[in-house]
Ligand binder design. Structure first.
Ligand code: CTP
Ligand code: MG
Length: 217
């Protein structure tokens, strides 16, 4: 069974404000290089989608294509560019990926067809009121709520079907597990890791810079 890692890295990094995020470095290594290095030992092939006009940096054990206008379009393009049986989709913007999570996802995908890393929500959740400055509206019980991360693992055919159905219906989702769930297919929740946070804002980058020396040691 051939397993491929698909890494959407074609975003523009608007919220971080430092250009395409995949090329932003943390302790001397780009977010993309960190994500590729975490996945490469566990898969037959790593396929990366980059912004138009960008080349894969040298020495990365990966193949590159050009991404799309949205993350969803990027993943759709990645899926069409591999013949693997199982795909692990992972955001380049999540550079700290433990091997344990990769192993658990591969196992779950081989038995059930779809799985995502996720963490039980620990904070109190509140729905703000609809109008005016943010104000406490009502409490959302956090029992049974999970925050979804990547990687996410799927049979390639299943995820391709989910993307094609969404494209036909003009539907979008923030991640691939959401598209597969919309088909009515079960998606297993596999314990992720707090260090798998997505580098989205300057505050996240500061956290990543603090964590990198510990992670690299
Ligand atoms: N991504 C992609 N193609 C897009 C948009 C996003 O491959 N058209 C990728 C990003 O490179 C990132 C992941 O999807 O690895 C998660 O997206 P996000 O954190 O939103 O990154 P950006 O879109 O780059 O950031 P922003 O939304 O702040 O512009
Ligand atoms: Mg984005």
């Amino acid at each position: 069974m051939k397993v491929a890692a698909l890494i959407p890295a074609a975003g523009s990094g608007t919220r971080l404000g430092l250009g395409p995020k995949a090329f932003v470095t943390v302790a001397g290594r780009s977010l993309l290089a960190r994500s590729v290095a975490a996945l490469a030992p566990h898969v037959a092939e790593v396929l990366v989608a980059l912004p138009d006009g960008h080349a894969l940096p040298p020495d990365l054990p990966a193949r590159a294509i050009t991404g799309g206008a949205t993350r969803q379009a990027t993943v759709h393009a990645l899926l069409r560019a591999t013949d693997a049986d199982v795909v692990l989709v992972h955001d380049a913007a999540r550079p700290f990926l433990p091997a344990r999570v990769i192993a658990a996802l591969c196992q779950a995908a081989q038995t059930g067809g779809a799985a995502t890393a996720a963490l039980p929500v620990a904070d109190t959740l509140v729905q703000a009121g609809a109008a005016g400055p943010p104000q406490w509206g009502h409490l959302v019980p956090r029992e049974g709520l999970w925050a979804v991360q990547t990687p996410q693992a799927f049979g390639r055919e299943l995820l391709l079907r989910a993307h094609e159905a969404a494209a036909r219906a003009g539907q979008s989702a923030t991640d691939d597990a959401g598209l597969v769930a919309r088909l009515g297919h079960a998606v297993a929740l596999v314990p992720g890791d707090a260090r798998l946070f997505k580098v989205t804002t300057p505050g996240d980058l500061a956290l990543a810079q603090a964590l990198a020396p510990v992670w690299d040691a």
